[in-house]
Each structure stands twice: as structure tokens, then as C-alpha cells.
Design a protein around this ligand. Structure first.
Ligand SMILES: [Zn+2]
Length: 453
């Protein structure tokens, strides 16, 4: 298994700041000895040769004395490393980690700036969840970072709990459009090459950082309360308009239910290639050509990815075992949109999915599913059913008030299941502890509470 074998023994001594951030699900990823506040990436990508070169300047704060520390980087080679502008004493790179010994130890609480020049031919990495990270398309590039793909394109502290802002400058061949997280702040054409600069001002988990490159045409979606951008293959315009035309209304409905949209804009990319599943990124969602049919055949996926703006991007699981806080909520948002748009009610969908789940093996708890099952569809559906059971028990007004408070109080933060349980018990007069404990931590599927009238 890729994540357990590669960390060398010397990385595990305390002065390294911990080779791992202590996430049981990805024990080889992240570093708990420091936290990053900002990534500044200056990258150059040659499409024809799949060659990425660049510099990452990482601003971090030590949470303990650091005689040395590590960054996650895989498939690319670091060529020059400095800390606070000073050449480092030693750099050791293995297949997953760049271990840096600064010229002088870093004191606990001190801020420091690491600069890493690096490059190579980026590609996806294998994981127990399939291939993730940087990937060439037929004509372009996609980055699918979840859960451990970020180190395939930049050195980072790859843990969902360590969120940081980012500035990404990407220079590539001029005919291509670059789409990335945050706001496009400049675009400079120099003959055959164009430099695109994006800024993300809200803290972002590394797995949600993305860059998409392709022959994309901009499509103007109907106005919503926030600007919406779309970049799609030219020939998909009519079908895209039919499928995504309702996204403005979706944003309006979700703002009523979940609270204010957490970003100043929202972007959708449709790749020319088919994709197995759409991808959520920070302020941005990526769909494949196969998800656009002109008949709203995949409208639930549009709702699902949009809902990740609140649940996953803004409120990010502090570690992977809390993944139902992303997927259960995004799945329930599909049902809520269905109900709000006059299609099947959430109650009906809940009954339908309860019956389906009841016929499947019930052999894990969604509150701590284990790494192999964290993206299992049963977790998504049972997570949504958990929220529906809570809604029926405490009634609509209290339920949506509780959700809006949840997204407001933890906006752009990190969250755990325990925090959600505490939030529910503080927010509701009715006892819900045993109900939620059964849904989240028992393996057997609880019965849905009877519908209220
Ligand atoms: Zn999802």
C-alpha cells in the first residue's frame, strides 16, 4: 500500500515535526510540525512535452521546534531549496517527501518561508482510491486532488486540516485557457506563451487546489447573486445552457437553506474528455463531457458539486474520517434541490434510498468509515439519510436554522463530527444524541423516523 511504506525512519523522530499530520487514513501525508498560511506558485508548463517547472514559496509557522521538516512532493524533483532566503543544510527527497534541514533550527511559534525550485513530468499517482493528481487529457490537463493528489504538482503540507491561501501563476502555450481556484487577477500574453495569475483569498485545503488547462470557451451563465463563470468545449454550448441554466436558481435556494455562498464567484469547467465522476475544487467544479446531455440528466450532480462550496470547501473536515460532513451534506443537497425544484420530495428520495441501502451490506459506520470506504456510495446516501432523520425529528425550521448557523460559525474553517454533534445538541431542544449516534456510529441501518404532518 502506497501510503505506509515510504516514510523513512529518520523522518519519524520528533525534531522532524512529525512526518505525518497524524491522519490514520493517509498516514504518509502531511506534517503536524508546522502549518502553512500561504502558497505562492510560479509555474511554467509545456503542453507538448508535459514538462512542469517552477518555484513554490511557502509561508508557514512552526508549532514545535523544527530541526528538520518535510513537505509532500511526488513525481517531481526539487533542485534548489532555501529557508528564509538561506541555503539549507540538507535536503533528502524520497518518492513522497522532501525532508529539509534548515541551516538553523526553527523555533516553536516562528514563521518561516520555504522556497522550492522543482520540476519534471507530472502525472497522476496511484492510490487505494485510484489514480489522483495531475493528469493529461486528450488536449489539456486536469488536476483531481482528492484525497492525496496535490503533491503531484506542488510541494505542500498535504492534510485537509492545514488550509492556506494561494497565489498561482501559470505560464503555458497561448492557445490554451488556464482555469484555477480563486480570482483571475491578470493574464499576460507574450507571443506564444501566456501567464495567468489567480488569487485565492480564503484558506483552501491542498486537495481542493486545482488547475485546468484546455481549449475552453467562456460561456455566460444567467446572472446570480454572485458572478458565475463557465469554461466549456465550444460545441457543447447549447446543451450546457440547457443543463446549467438553472444553476442561478440553485444558488438562490441553497443560500436560503445553507446560508450565504462562501465565495465571491463560482466557476464550472466541462472537459472535452469524459470523466468518471465530477470533481469539486475550491470555488470551482469540473464536469466531463458525458455529464452534459442538454436534458438535465445529471442535474443532481450539478447540485452536489455546488453544495460542496459550503460542505467541503468552506467547512473542511479536519481529518478524512469526518468525510460524511462533505458527502452526506452534498448528497442531501441533491434531494433538497429535487424538492425545491418541484421534482421528487426529499422525503420520498429518503424512503427510496433507505430501502436500497437496507438491501446492501451494513458493515461500517459512516462516522469513521475507514480509508477504503470513505468514498463508498453507501456513506453518501446514509449521510444524507442521517440529515433527513434529523430534519424530520427537529422539524424544518430548526433544522435549516441549525445548518445556517453551522456554515456561518465555521466558515472557511475545519470541522469534526464531534463539533457537529455538539452544535446540534446546543441548537435543538429535542434530544437527538442517541438518534445521531445510531446513524453515524452503528453499523446497522436505523429506521427512518415517521413522517410528520
Ligand atoms: Zn461529493
Amino acid at each position: 500500500m502506497e501510503y505506509s511504506g515510504e516514510v523513512k525512519a529518520r523522518d519519524l523522530i520528533p525534531e522532524s515535526g512529525g512526518a505525518s499530520a497524524g491522519d490514520d487514513y493517509l498516514p504518509g501525508s502531511g506534517n503536524s510540525g508546522y502549518s502553512v498560511s500561504h502558497y505562492a506558485l510560479e509555474l511554467d508548463y509545456r503542453m507538448a512535452s508535459n514538462r512542469l517547472t517552477g518555484t513554490a514559496v511557502i509561508t508557514a509557522t512552526a508549532s514545535q521546534p523544527l530541526g528538520r521538516f518535510s513537505l509532500d512532493l511526488t513525481g517531481l524533483v526539487a533542485s534548489k531549496v532555501s529557508v528564509d532566503g538561506v541555503r539549507v543544510a540538507k535536503v533528502v527527497q524520497n518518492t513522497q517527501k522532501l525532508t529539509i534541514t534548515p541551516a538553523r533550527p526553527i523555533e516553536a511559534g516562528a514563521s518561516f518561508i520555504v522556497s522550492v525550485r522543482y520540476g519534471g513530468s507530472p502525472g497522476p499517482r496511484r492510490s487505494r482510491w485510484g489514480e489522483v493528481g495531475w493528469e493529461e487529457l486528450a488536449e489539456g490537463v486536469i488536476v483531481a486532488g482528492q484525497p492525496c493528489g496535490a503533491p503531484t504538482w506542488f510541494p505542500c503540507n498535504d492534510h485537509p486540516g492545514d488550509k492556506a491561501t494561494m497565489q498561482l501563476a501559470m505560464t503555458t502555450d497561448s492557445p490554451y485557457r488556464v482555469v484555477a481556484n480563486g480570482t483571475l487577477v491578470s493574464r499576460t500574453v507574450r507571443s506564444s506563451r501566456t501567464r495567468w495569475v489567480f488569487e485565492t483569498t480564503e484558506p483552501m485545503a491542498t486537495y481542493l487546489a486545482t488547475v485546468q488547462i484546455g481549449y475552453y470557451q467562456s460561456y455566460a451563465l444567467p446572472p446570480a447573486r454572485i458572478p458565475q463563470y463557465a469554461y466549456i468545449p465550444e460545441d457543447l454550448a447549447a446543451d450546457f445552457g440547457a443543463d446549467f441554466g438553472g444553476q442561478s436558481a440553485m444558488i438562490e435556494v441553497f443560500e436560503k437553506l445553507f446560508g450565504e455562498f462562501p465565495f465571491s464567484e463560482y466557476t464550472v469547467v466541462v472537459t472535452d474528455d469524459d470523466l468518471e465522476i465530477p470533481l469539486e475544487a475550491h470555488g470551482l467544479s469540473v464536469f466531463g463531457r458525458n455529464h452534459v446531455d442538454g436534458h438535465q440528466g445529471e442535474v443532481r450532480l450539478i447540485a452536489h458539486e455546488l453544495a460542496h462550496s459550503w460542505f467541503g470547501n468552506s467547512l473542511t473536515a479536519a481529518s478524512w474520517k469526518h468525510i460524511w460532513l462533505h458527502e452526506g451534506f452534498a448528497c442531501y443537497a441533491e434531494w433538497l434541490w429535487s424538492e425545491a425544484s418541484g421534482s421528487t420530495s426529499a422525503a420520498h428520495l429518503a424512503e427510496h434510498h433507505w430501502t436500497r441501502l437496507n438491501a446492501l451490506p451494513q458493515d461500517f459506520a459512516i462516522g469513521d468509515p475507514g480509508p477504503d470506504l470513505m468514498f463508498d456510495d453507501r456513506l453518501y446516501k446514509r449521510g444524507a439519510l442521517t440529515l433527513h432523520a434529523l430534519r424530520v425529528t427537529i422539524r424544518d425550521e430548526a433544522f435549516f436554522e441549525l445548518l445556517r448557523k453551522w456554515t456561518f460559525e465555521h466558515r472557511h474553517g475545519s470541522v469534526t463530527t464531534e463539533q457537529f454533534l455538539a452544535h446540534v445538541s446546543e441548537s435543538s431542544d429535542r434530544p437527538t444524541g442517541p438518534l445521531l449516534a445510531a446513524w453515524l456510529f452503528d453499523t446497522a441501518l436505523p429506521k427512518l423516523p415517521p413522517r410528520r404532518r
